[in-house]
Design a protein around this ligand. Structure first.
Ligand code: SF4
Ligand code: SF4
Length: 198
């Protein structure tokens, strides 16, 4: 049965009265939830960590102090490819590449300005050799801003960090001058592009 105009007016009027009440109830519920949480915590034992006497263990993936790691053979992982420095959004990594007698590249010097670093982790993501890694060590605050410029000797460690087993040159060739493409571990033979021709 079709509603007449009076019925429609009554429903509209009712709707307009109920809407603010519903909103007020929602606000009251939010307040009640908030106070309930506060009240609950009043009776809980407080958790106070006595830093620096107690240092809470942080997850391995925490992004703080940066290190340059070594492969399982003890060699420097960094091949001075400049990828970390290219990807760094604040340009705080600089280096100079060098080449050993066997043709392998290395970083003659490597510098990170921690005064600029925003610990975004992009350098670690970009590194093909797993050399550069961020660690959970965040206690490196200094008063003297220039002492936040770390040289290679300050960055290089004697372990593999998070990626202990990875050895870039096991895959890419221990000596860069020998071994054809596809001759190394887990490497596939290169595709003969002419074989794809019709
Ligand atoms: S963590 Fe980010 S800002 Fe810091 S050196 Fe790496 S890429 Fe640059
Ligand atoms: S730390 Fe990694 S990304 Fe940066 S230059 Fe060395 S190998 Fe390349």
């Amino acid at each position: 049965m079709a509603k007449n105009n009076d019925q429609r007016d009554i429903e509209k009027d009712l709707g307009e009265r109920i809407a603010p009440m519903a909103e007020a109830l929602e606000v009251l519920k939010a307040f009640a939830d908030g106070f309930a949480t506060t009240f609950k915590h009043l009776f809980r034992k407080p958790i106070t960590e006595q830093y620096p006497e107690y240092k809470r263990p942080l997850p391995e993936r925490t992004r703080a102090r940066i290190i340059l790691t070594r492969d399982p053979d003890g060699g420097e992982r960094c091949v001075a490819c400049y990828l970390c420095s290219a990807v760094c959004p604040v340009s705080c990594i600089s280096m100079q590449s060098g080449e050993r007698e066997d043709g392998r590249r290395y970083a003659a010097w490597f510098r990170i300005n921690f005064g600029r670093c925003i610990y975004c982790g992009l350098c670690e993501e970009a590194c093909p050799t797993s050399a550069i890694q961020l660690t959970p060590d965040f206690e490196m605050c200094k008063r003297e801003i220039l002492s936040l410029v770390y040289e290679k000797k300050d960055l290089l460690v004697d372990h593999g960090g998070k990626d202990k087993e990875y050895n870039f040159y096991q895959y890419a060739g221990v000596v860069t001058d020998v071994g054809d493409k596809g001759a190394h571990i887990q490497e596939e033979k290169p595709v003969n592009i002419k074989s794809n021709l019709p």
